[in-house]
Design a binder for this molecule. Structure first.
Ligand code: URA
Length: 456
């Protein structure tokens, strides 16, 4: 077999067999297929796609590039959530301890920032001492003891994705249904779960901009999960503005801590409760998603979710004093207010561009292995629908890089649209996709538990 021939066949729209895919991927992991050939292959897949069968073969080869984790010794159903990536998406940090506090075990293997989107691992590692590089034994010990583990891919688990994910990030080959499906599902199938909830983003900050593309990705992910015997449910959710009010690693951890203590950031917490409710339901602890959402609210409101977060931070080596007192965290060297250029209502964001600005401030990577700056990022002071006066502070940019704040502040203004009247509301959670197809979704309201920090 020969890599050039395989790349050429994919470039020309052909299909590869399992053996051929294995040859490329195993060769890449071993260092026999160089990065320039893997980059060319990824770009060929980006343009030519893969058939559903080829995507399933690709996922299986990725999965078998390393070990799979057996969590059968951990009692109960194990359920995870995965997002296809967004800007300001810190849901995992709130949801994982919240669901674990409801009695469902959450084994979570996450990734680093990819393209313009942030990654849960980079966020967790902004907590001094927090270790995400766990061995399989440590991973199993942590979940057995705490009901929750927040890990990166160990050297043993899906090494192919660890290497390819970093390469895709810097070769503009992220936005591809088979590559995303193979990347996500190989990790999820390796981590020892019984069921999976997926957050598939759509909108101008998502890898899949259009609703139809998001549904196609969700269907591919659900199809692979179902075929592998895991109950899999996807939600199609909006990513037309950053989620919550913080973009950047520590800034997002700090916002998550506030939410774990009961603050209601409406878009962030609606999504967290819906996805969490579905996990509690699939975990067998709630008869319906709505019932699961009520249990999640109670876990937040009672403080159990926050305590669970502290427990896992300490168990994975993190310094929990920064979680207890986020004001102690060292701030970025430069901070600059962004002022509204006109008055009116904020009607839209160029969300992808905001993610890129955060990367340029130091919150993400432009090349494989670039360090990230934990305190860099953007605080959003106005969201879609908010009234804005001319000269109001609409955002604050933070960075350690000299000169970067001025540039980002200038560019942020061109990422927001200010109109004369408030925009119409679009639902944040648009639909669900399961093995039977696409279904409409309306988020149930909470009848009995307080939602806001004012209530605590
Ligand atoms: N998340 C992943 O884990 N992989 C992708 O390719 C995209 C989002």
């Amino acid at each position: 077999m020969n890599a050039v021939e395989l790349i050429r066949r994919k470039r020309d729209g052909g299909e590869l067999t399992r053996e051929e895919i294995r040859y490329l991927i195993a060769g890449y992991v071993a260092g026999d297929v160089p990065e320039y050939q893997m980059s060319a292959f990824l770009m060929a897949v980006y343009f030519r796609g893969m058939s559903p069968e080829e995507t399933a073969r690709f996922t299986d080869v990725m999965l078998r590039s390393g070990s799979t984790i057996d969590l059968s010794s951990v009692p109960g159903r194990k359920v995870d959530k995965h997002s296809t990536g967004g800007v300001g998406d810190k849901v995992s940090l709130i949801l994982a301890p919240m669901v674990a506090a409801c009695g469902v075990a959450v084994p979570m293997i996450s990734g680093r920032g990819l393209g313009h989107t942030g990654g849960t691992l980079d966020k967790l590692e902004s907590i001094p001492g927090f270790r995400t590089g766990l061995s399989i034994k440590e991973y199993t010990d942590v979940i057995r003891e705490t009901g929750l583990v927040l890990s990166g891919q160990t050297a043993d688990v899906v090494p192919a994705d660890r290497k390819m994910y970093a390469l895709r990030d810097v070769t503009a080959t992220v936005e591809s249904i088979p590559l995303i499906a193979g990347s996500i599902m190989s990790k999820k199938l390796a981590e020892g779960i019984d069921a999976l909830v997926l957050d598939v983003k759509t909108g101008n900050g998502a890898f899949m901009n259009s609703y139809d593309a998001a549904v196609a990705l969700a269907s591919a992910l659900v199809g692979i999960g179902t075929k592998c015997g895991k109950e899999t449910l996807a939600f199609i959710t909006g990513m037309d503005e950053p989620l919550g009010t913080a973009v950047g690693n520590w800034l997002e951890v700090a916002e998550s801590i506030e939410c774990l203590k009961g603050k209601n950031v409406p878009d962030l917490m609606e999504l967290t409760y819906v996805l969490g409710g579905a996990m509690v339901h699939l975990g067998g602890k709630a008869a319906t998603i709505a019932d699961g959402m009520q249990q999640c609210r109670s876990a937040i409101w009672s403080g159990r979710a926050y305590e669970k977060f502290i427990q896992v931070v300490e168990r994975q080596g993190g310094d929990s004093s920064f979680v207890r007192e986020p004001v102690r965290y060292p701030a970025a060297r430069h901070s600059m207010d962004v002022l509204a250029p006109s008055a009116g209502y904020l009607t839209g964001f160029d969300t992808r561009r905001i993610g890129v600005l955060a990367v340029e401030l130091g919150a993400g990577r432009l090349k494989v292995g670039d360090p990230v700056d934990a305190a860099a990022g953007i605080i959003l002071c106005r969201k879609i629908g908010d009234a804005v006066g001319m000269g109001d502070v609409i955002a604050v940019v933070r960075t350690d890089r000299d000169g970067a704040a001025e540039k980002a502040a200038r560019e942020y203004c061109s990422c927001v649209t200010i109109g004369n009247s408030p925009p119409g509301r679009t639902p944040r959670v648009r639909a669900t996709v399961d093995k039977d197809g696409v279904h409409s979704w309306t988020t149930p309201v909470s009848p009995s538990l307080p939602d806001t920090d004012a209530a605590r």
